[in-house]
Design a protein around this ligand. Structure first.
Ligand code: ADP
Length: 316
């Protein structure tokens, strides 16, 4: 029997648990022995690696986060610790890895592969949806649904009190979460790092809307824009003349029970990852686009920055 291990690295996302569940079940189905590596690359270095069975994954499909922990590891950046990681894997006869993580994690894996030849397949997992080469990353749909629920709740209070709410979403330099949330929540204003904006250009129109009876504004801003969210709220107060509040959604966007879409995508990503490894693909990332699933090289995924589909802006 061949051994295969799974680990989560970098920011956790909702959808990792369904992926872990399917990893165990599908590995066993394909005649492989599944292992868990706890706490990302830290677990590889500390030999925190255990054999997994069906009972370890029962009752986890509906839970956010990851049962096996995730971490960032400074030590994995250093060759001497990667050597220890390789020795730990060798001792357990593990030569295949499925890694749920972001492009940073894949970069680390690429180096690990080039030094030590450990075969791997990466599963793009980040709520930011900012990995080049894939249109979808695990966890995005759940994060969008959490944001949607939050905006719906904020709208109730905003309309009661005649207020503008500036709602800040995560995404680092990528405005995907903010853009999709703004479109699907009918927000009045959306500010994202990819698009230059001039607040002044909205003033006349917003004031006119108040005159015509508008009681509230919802502004969705991405954390990566140049201005602070409070500055946007101040602009509403000073230039539009409406009381305003800031709501930073923060880490609630990473939690919550995985949506149906993320559960299904977790199953699909993991199936393709294991199939790819069994077919002898040495170092790849399983990507998803309009034409379906596709194995891509680390170079392809990490060489360029993710580009937002600006066609979406037309829906604003
Ligand atoms: P993400 O995978 O979400 O993009 P990070 O960029 O923080 O998250 O990367 C996760 C981990 O991947 C890091 O803590 C580190 O252990 C490993 N890693 C990233 N880049 C490298 C690298 N150039 N060399 C070795 N390990 C790396």
């Amino acid at each position: 029997m061949k051994n295969i291990a799974i680990l989560c690295s970098g920011g956790d996302v909702s959808g990792m648990n369904p992926a872990i569940k399917h990893f165990v079940e599908y590995s066993l189905k394909r005649g492989l022995t599944p292992y868990f590596v706890y706490d990302g690359y830290e677990g590889l270095i500390d030999n925190n690696i255990t054999k997994a069975s069906y009972k370890d994954v029962s009752g986890i499909i509906n839970r956010g986060g990851t049962q096996i922990g995730s971490a960032r590891s400074k030590r994995f950046m250093q060759p001497e610790f990667r050597k220890i990681a390789k020795e730990n894997l060798d001792a357990l006869n593990i030569h295949m890895l499925v890694v749920l993580g972001g492009d940073g994690s894949f970069r680390g894996l690429d180096i690990f592969y080039k030094e030590h030849g450990v075969q791997f397949c990466g599963v793009p997992s980040t709520i930011d949806n900012d990995i080049n080469g894939t249109h979808y990353c695990l966890g995005v749909d759940t994060a969008l649904n959490i944001i949607k629920t939050s905006i719906d709740a904020i709208r109730d209070t905003a309309s009661s009190f005649k207020r503008a709410f500036v709602i800040e979403t995560m995404g680092r330099d990528c405005g995907y979460l903010a853009l999709i949330s703004a479109i699907t929540s009918g927000a009045e204003l959306c500010l994202i790092p990819e698009i230059a904006y001039d607040l002044q250009s909205y003033e006349e129109n917003f004031k006119e809307q108040i005159k015509n009876g508008r009681r509230y504004f919802i502004a969705i801003v991405s954390e990566g824009i140049k201005q602070d969210s409070q500055e946007i709220a101040d602009w509403f107060e000073e230039n539009i003349g409406i009381e305003s509040r800031v709501s930073v959604l923060g880490h609630i966007q990473r939690g919550g029970n995985p949506t149906i879409y993320d559960r299904l995508m977790a199953y699909k990503f993991v199936t393709y990852a294991i199939n790819g490894l069994l077919e002898g693909k040495d170092e790849s990332v399983i990507c998803y686009s309009k034409s379906g699933f596709e194995y891509k090289s680390i170079e392809e995924v990490t060489a360029h920055k993710y580009k937002l589909d600006l066609e979406l802006v037309n829906f604003l």
